[in-house]
Design a protein around this ligand. Sequence first.
Ligand code: UDX
Length: 482
Amino acid sequence: KCAARLMEDKKQPPHVVIFPLPLQGHVNSMLQLAELLALSGLKVTFLNSPHNHNHLPQFADVPARFTKFPGFEFRTVPDGLADDHPRTGRFLLEMLDGMIVKTKPSLRDLLVDINPSVDCIIGDGILGYLLDIGEELEIPVIQFRTISACCLWVYYRIPDLIGAGEIPVGGNEDMDRLIKMVEGMENFLRGRDLPSFCRAKNLEVEGTRVQTFAQETRRSATAHALILNTFEDLEGPILSHIRTKFPKIYTIGPLHAHLRTKLSEKNLVSSDSLNGIREVDRSCISWLDQQAMHSVVYVSFGSIAGLTREQLLEVWYGLVKSKVRFLWVVRPDSVLGHWGDEDVPVELMEGTEERGYLVDWAPQEEVLDHWAVGGFLTHSGWNSTLESVVAGVPMICWPQFADQHVNSRYVSEVWKIGLDMKDFCDRHVVEKLVNDLMEEKREEFVGSARTMAKLAKESVSFGGSSYCNLDSLIEDIKLMSL
Ligand code: UDX
């Protein structure tokens, strides 16, 4: 109340600058946060790379949904990469290096010049240099992590794991060995569940990434606060460990569901999806409309993961042999190496014509909410996991890299809302797990998936934990502007 009264005197809403790592998964969830803050009356400037702003469909025009917030503004800051750079997760370190050289000074200049002056920076937690800029310009920095709390906690513990010789994992050793040094996970976290870059075979190429993730995560503890896209009923036990190291945490997720709540409170409907790095193919919704209840497994491996030709074929054979209907997102850039229609065996073509539907890019939230969808074969990216949780759809997890290995372990062992296919993707496994999830063992997962969906929705409803935490975050930001 005090902050509200003083703000009335000041007459200017607080000005927040939001800066994500310019990769799709990061941009999307931070845009949802930006929209939530703008809906609460804050002035928000969202910083994006010129590449994203000019090439991603959702930025082609400032989307209609943002024009209803007078205080909302998009600005661009260079990401330091050549225009034709692929900008995928594989080049993350290159991106981070480029950003320190080019982005850091441009961002600093922008923050000095921008009008009205900035009261708070909300920065991607992977970009630790934002803390340096905040310190120099005396602007409080709140960090936002796009990953799960459980993965954040594993990242935090990485230096201890290195010190104890628990990392690297793999080589000749048993990947099922339990990792005992991550408090709260002693009984179920195996070597194979650690982030992908902890594996011996990856360390040569990704060695410095281990250090980067660990350092940036530890640095986050010095930020004014940390925002996580999760909710207390999902990750409460691990959050209590994290809170011993991070003084102030706001759990305000699942953000996509939270945004729906806030838009409907104001009788606003989101008119365009922000989930697209490319044109969404809505024909799959008409296809789903013609299928039976819970009969379809939805398959998607996110926005940046790549599949080898062999992996693609194993998944495809498994789906076709399972006899379950499937909707599969195959991004044209997701197949590594040459791939064309002529490479698809005839039996797969026939099986797909009979029971499958392929698209380049789907309206994923809508797909997961569709009554025909009964399961999700996913790479366990955090946004996809949360979207599946909210929709109450059980998952088969086939994690590819980074945080996804930890997420998939939680899905199967802790939340009991799916199966973990980690490291074992061949056609027989895919066939078996799809049949288990959709039929044989369905009852094991459906109850817990429904319960978790209910808890997720309650957390973002009036009086729920995430709902209240967002209010506290906004109050905190308002106090910064006084
Ligand atoms: C990666 C990480 O795995 C993730 O955990 C981290 O937080 C960000 O970087 P990504 O591979 O993009 O993310 O996966 P995910 O986090 O699941 O995000 C994918 C997004 O794309 C989801 O919001 C999903 O709804 C959307 N999507 C995907 C579509 O809208 N349509 C599709 O066809 C496929």
